[in-house]
Design a protein around this ligand. Structure first.
Ligand SMILES: Cc1cc2nc3c(=O)[nH]c(=O)nc-3n(C[C@H](O)[C@H](O)[C@H](O)COP(=O)(O)OP(=O)(O)OC[C@H]3O[C@@H](n4cnc5c(N)ncnc54)[C@H](O)[C@@H]3O)c2cc1C
Length: 622
């Protein structure tokens, strides 16, 4: 049935598993993707959307590295928005609404078209371990499949328990079985495990809604896209709509609170802080008598609609009665009720920066199993685990992204250094160097690195180099080309910026806050330079950011360089912290448990104070 020996087995075909399989296979590893249902590869368990604040930057990074999430998103998008466009470019965050069924189909096709990926549908119920190294997996039919490395991406499926009101039943997602066996075996090997919770809103029949009572939410007039490769930009888009809950809706929901698993103690685990259920919102913000609801189509052609903002595990009759009182939902018909799910996760401080476990060699964890929430967070971990599994079994150096190089670097470092006790999602505020980690420059930051390890294609590298050279030459042009007061003053007056008396370099006037590329293009010298070199919109955007934010970017690079000095002070593998009596008790305990590899990582562990860092530096001769 199988190749005798795989290089890499990926368990689970969600966002993490799909990226992991693609990465290891594209780098040359013979890869087997084992998943419980081949129909559900790349399934969006919750809302049909990719990206958003900080998450959009992650998808761009995945794409820049040669992952598939950006391409799949572009191919299945039904609406695109660049969020935060009124703020600085570090905050611009792409978000797409997707056709759920097409998204999964595009993922499946992308993997089927990837040489080196084999597929098998079954539940993995155990791991094959020899000594302290993983050597394969055992399926529920009792079939053993061997591999040099295994990536676990079980998502919300490990001992998953679904709650709707007082009813509870096993499941990894509505309509799908829970996965059993793996948690218990890992705990026997000495792993710590915990429980987390998440939830989802009801899905309803769009034909039963009155959209005239809601506010349309169209996509951007000039939509962009996620992939740096040549995917298509949307020519038509589907609108979302907005409506609101009311005091009456809240009262109707309250009628079910005594049967709510959230409030009657049945659900004990912690859910995502920033995606609270509607009952949680009513409870926590009792002074508010209205919350927003976004009505999101599930695809181009289906009538199914996702009720964003109404996540709930209240009894289904309560969900239905309350929703019927929302404006536009008076005649609503349900496709599926909302529900909550509890599942096992493994505290991620048990992992190295490569996402390999510290306890078992060549075993990698990625995605929701590590305590994260979100498709983007999961996909990026899958990509990194797939890359590192391939590199490890080929005895090559690990691929680790630093905090000033990628949101993915921040994500992994946060997880393995600080751990997480509630579902972890990415925010721009988690990144110290977010001016450097923009969505527009993920290719410039990451594609060369990925090409060097053998993942990003030549085509991708060439496109990035072209953009790099062209935007640099454009910035150089602004630095060396002068303007005359006669040509620039009408533009400055039009934006109420003070006029100039003498000629100066274009760079200087372009740096003024209200002057944009659009204004610059009104100058004959600039527009002919652009036409002569055939610059596209990406090059124009990149050059504009490089000019207008050069001061901020330089300052942040300088700060990042300072961090690198601590990053370069390595702590030996078997360092004995008990020898350092002047460390605080808490610091010693945390350092022993997490075993940071550099002083910089040690300094980010909660409980390790600046004076503990000094003790370490002195001991290490620095
Ligand atoms: C009800 C619900 C609500 C959610 N709400 C939100 C939200 O509001 N916001 C948000 O950002 N995220 C939400 N999520 C989370 C989001 O779906 C996940 O973060 C993301 O899908 C995780 O990706 P993953 O690849 O880690 O796992 P998943 O997408 O869960 O995929 C896991 C895959 O592994 C397979 N699998 C599991 N165990 C085995 C096994 N033993 N053998 C073989 N195959 C196996 C499964 O079949 C599945 O294909 C929600 C998820 C659920 C279920």
């Amino acid at each position: 049935m199988f190749e005798k020996d795989y290089d890499v087995i990926v368990v689970g075909g969600g966002h993490a598993g799909a990226e992991a399989a693609a990465a290891s296979a594209n780098m040359g590893s013979k890869t087997l993707l084992v998943t419980m249902n081949l129909q559900n590869i790349g399934q969006m368990s919750c809302n049909p959307a990719m990206g958003g604040i900080a998450k959009g930057q992650i998808v761009r990074e995945i794409d820049a590295l040669g992952g598939y999430s950006g391409i799949v998103t572009d191919k299945s998008a039904i609406q695109f928005k660049m969020l935060n466009k009124s703020k600085g470019p570090a905050m611009w965050s792409p978000r797409a609404q997707n056709d759920r069924m097409r998204f999964a189909e595009e993922w499946r096709l992308a993997l089927e078209n990837t040489p080196n990926v084999d597929f098998y549908q079954e539940m993995v119920s155990g791991l094959l371990v020899e000594g302290d190294t993983i050597v394969g997996v055992r399926t529920s039919l009792g079939i053993d499949i061997r591999a040099k490395a295994v990536v676990l991406t079980n998502g919300t499926f490990l001992n998953g328990l679904i709650h709707i009101g007082e009813k509870q039943f096993g499941g990894g997602r509505a309509g799908e079985k829970a996965a059993t066996g793996i948690t218990e075996q890992l705990v026997d090997f000495g792993f710590d495990s915990g429980r987390m919770k998440t939830g989802t809103p009801p899905r309803v029949d769009g034909r039963s809604l009155d959209y005239d009572k809601m506010i349309p939410q169209p996509g951007d007039e000039n939509p962009e896209k996620f992939s740096y490769l040549n995917t298509d930009i949307l020519k038509t888009q589907r609108d979302c709509h907005m409506t609101h809950t009311s005091a009456l809706v809240h009262d109707l929901l309250r009628e079910g609170f005594d049967r709510s698993p959230m409030f009657n103690g049945r659900i004990k685990s912690i859910g995502p802080r920033y995606c609270p259920s509607i009952e949680d919102k009513i409870n926590r913000f009792s002074d508010k008598d209205s919350h927003q609801i976004f009505v999101e189509p599930e695809g181009w052609h289906t009538v199914e609609v996702y009720v964003n903002g109404f996540s709930t595990s209240l009894p289904e009759d309560i969900q239905y009665n309350a929703l019927k009182s929302v404006k536009g939902f008076e005649k609503v018909k349900f496709f599926r009720p909302g529900y909550a799910i509890e599942y096992d996760y493994f505290p991620p401080t048990q992992l190295k920066h490569t996402l390999e476990t510290k306890l078992l060699n060549n075993l990698y964890f990625a995605g929701q199993i590590n305590g994260t929430t979100g498709y983007e967070e999961a996909a990026s971990q899958g990509l990194m685990a797939g890359i590192n599994a391939h590199l490890k079994i080929n005895e090559r150096e690990p691929f680790i992204l630093k905090r000033d190089e990628a949101y993915i670097g921040v994500l992994v470092d946060d997880l393995i250094t600080k751990g997480t006790e509630e579902p972890y999602r990415m925010f721009t505020s988690r990144a110290e160097y977010r001016t450097l980690l923009r969505q527009d420059n993920a290719d410039l930051r990451l594609t060369p690195k990925s090409f060097d390890i053998g993942l990003a294609s030549k085509e991708r590298l060439k496109k990035m180099e072209d953009k790099h050279h062209k935007s640099n030459s454009f910035v150089h042009f602004f630095r060396k080309t002068s303007f005359t007061p006669e040509e620039i003053n009408p533009i400055l007056e039009s934006v109420s910026s003070s006029p100039v008396r003498q000629s100066d370099k274009l760079f200087k006037v372009f740096s003024r806050p209200k002057v944009t590329m659009e204004h610059m293009l009104q100058l004959e010298s600039v527009s002919s330079f652009v036409n002569e070199h055939e610059f596209n919109s990406e090059v124009l955007e990149q050059a504009e950011i490089q000019v207008k934010y050069s001061g901020y970017i330089a300052k942040e690079k300088n700060n990042a360089d300072k961090l690198h000095r601590l990053e370069n002070v390595k702590i030996p593998d078997n360092f004995d912290y008990s020898k350092l009596k002047s460390l605080s008790y808490e610091a010693r305990e945390k350092l022993e448990a997490i075993r940071p590899v550099t002083i910089s990582q040690a300094s980010r562990i909660s409980g390790v104070s600046p004076s503990d860092v000094s003790v370490l530096l002195v001991f290490l001769g620095r």
